[in-house]
Design a protein around this ligand. Structure first.
Ligand SMILES: *Cc1c(COP(=O)(O)O)cnc(C)c1O
Length: 456
């Protein structure tokens, strides 16, 4: 028997009030981290045999703990790749939690997976991949890259000649750290083309020509980047695709950050060749305005992913018949039990329409151009390179690396902005510089001006 639980209703209302306050606020605080010992001293024991009570714990969250986070959707948080989930997506993230959907198999999660797939169809349509290509939502770009590398490697190893070989992949210095990490997880060797500027088919060919006979035998995949995390650089996908085809190599495009820009007419041509990929990573939690976490891996040939990832177990057999039931997301990536993390994206797309996504991404691109002009007009500032996608690398003339660090901490401590330094490879040396990455369409020109004004 269910009874009406007044405490539960009160807690629900408190939570809703907090959420409404969070998503409707126009000025957020940029939180300041505290050391774990400091937080412990403030908060005390919270996990106890009897519990401290929801109201008490929630107050600790509101008063102390929440304030030590740096929300990624702050308009002056331009560090790393920030994010800016839509309110519709955030609201449906709550519904995703409340619905307790086990998103591995259609038999249990039909409605949720149907919605995910509607959103996925749109993402796949942006890539221009041929009929039959499809994808699944993952926990992020790292899991998507791993799922793709493992699929490629397993496919390669179907050939008995390679069964006992350790595979090799080629990527560039600009590739994301997760490619190197996931190559370790998959136990494949990795070779980096030594340039942070865009990788070309010619550079790839030259690199392949330097391989030993055994290395060439073990080379099975190339990872190109569709928008490097550091500088927004898109590799020359078309010419890389050609080389991959001629050399019979798997062509993976990591567009975890840049993939959102496929929707933007002004830059879509820069991704030419992505439609020839064997697999693609795109993170909706970066430039498709989804809450954390939501990545996606897309395959030209879904069967190859299924051969690599479908889990076997007597307790799973009932679920596995896709003919009888429907699409099983677990079969195409590394995870079994999974949140239907594409569901918030679906609701947001359905609410706003894809044109709004186009406008919001174009605004991020425009903000990078605006920042570029402001930097060029400033006597003490210089662009390190032209803005690429929504990334801007620039230097404060005369600053040493520690000046950038100091400046970052100062703006962070004031709760004003989070803009972090990075390094750019210039010939054989690395230069420390400052970096903007624009995602949030609510960032204003004034925000950029105010930040630049603090670089005195
Ligand atoms: C962010 C990023 C990743 C990693 O994605 P996560 O969602 O953080 O796991 C991979 N590749 C690129 C290009 C990225 O920008």
């Amino acid at each position: 028997m269910h009874h009406i639980d007044i405490e539960l209703i009160e807690m629900t209302l408190d939570v809703m009030k907090y959420v409404i306050g969070r998503v409707s606020a126009t000025e957020h605080q940029i939180g300041k981290p505290k050391k774990a010992e400091e937080l412990k001293a403030i908060v005390g024991e919270t996990v106890t045999p009897k519990g401290v009570g929801g109201e008490y714990a929630f107050n600790l969250w509101k008063e102390h703990l929440a304030k030590t986070n740096v929300p990624v959707d702050h308009p002056r948080n331009l560090a790393f790749v920030p994010a800016s989930p839509t309110k519709a997506a955030i609201m449906f993230d709550l519904i995703t939690s409340a619905s307790s959907i086990h998103g591995a198999y259609w038999m249990e999660g039909a409605g949720g997976i149907f919605c995910e797939n509607e959103a996925m169809k749109w993402i796949v349509s942006l890539t221009g991949l041929p009929e039959g290509a499809f994808g699944v939502f993952t926990s992020g770009g790292t899991a998507a890259n791993l799922s793709a590398i493992v699929t490629a490697r397993e496919h390669w190893r179907e050939n008995p000649e390679f069964k006992r070989e350790k595979g090799l992949i080629i990527t560039s210095l600009g590739a994301h750290s997760s490619i190197k990490s996931m190559a370790k997880v998959a136990d494949v060797d990795i070779l980096l083309v030594d340039s942070e500027e865009h990788l070309t088919g010619d550079a790839l060919k030259e690199t392949i020509a330097t391989l030993t006979e055994h290395q060439r035998k073990c080379l099975f995949a190339v990872v190109a980047t569709g928008g490097t995390t550091n500088a927004g650089i898109i590799d020359n996908l078309d010419s890389i695709a050609e080389v991959c085809e001629a050399e019979n190599l798997w062509f993976h495009v990591d567009a975890a950050y840049g993939g959102g820009a496929l929707v933007a007419d002004s830059v879509r041509h820069l991704f030419k060749g992505i439609e020839k990929a064997d697999s693609i990573t795109i993170d909706p939690h970066k430039w498709m305005f989804s809450p954390y976490d939501c990545g996606a891996v897309i395959y030209k040939n879904m069967e190859l992913a299924k051969n690599a990832h479908s889990q076997q177990g007597s307790y799973l057999e009932i679920f596995k018949d896709e003919g009888a039931h429907g699409f099983n997301p677990t079969d195409y990536q590394i995870q079994l039990t999974r949140r239907v993390r594409g569901l918030p994206l679906w609701f947001s797309l359905a609410t706003h329409g894809t044109d709004r996504y186009k406008e919001a991404v174009e605004r991020g691109l425009e903000l990078a151009q605006i920042a570029g002009r402001l930097i060029e007009a400033h006597p003490d500032l210089e662009l390190v390179r032209e803005p690429s996608l929504s990334c801007v690398l620039y230097r404060r003339i005369g600053w040493e690396p520690e000046d950038y660090t100091h400046w970052t901490y100062e703006n962070h401590d004031k709760g004003f902005a989070l803009v972090t330094p990075t390094k750019w490879k210039n010939g054989d040396t690395y230069e420390t510089c400052s970096r903007f990455c624009f995602i949030n369409p609510d960032t204003t020109e004034k925000d950029i001006k105010l930040i630049l004004e603090t670089m005195v």
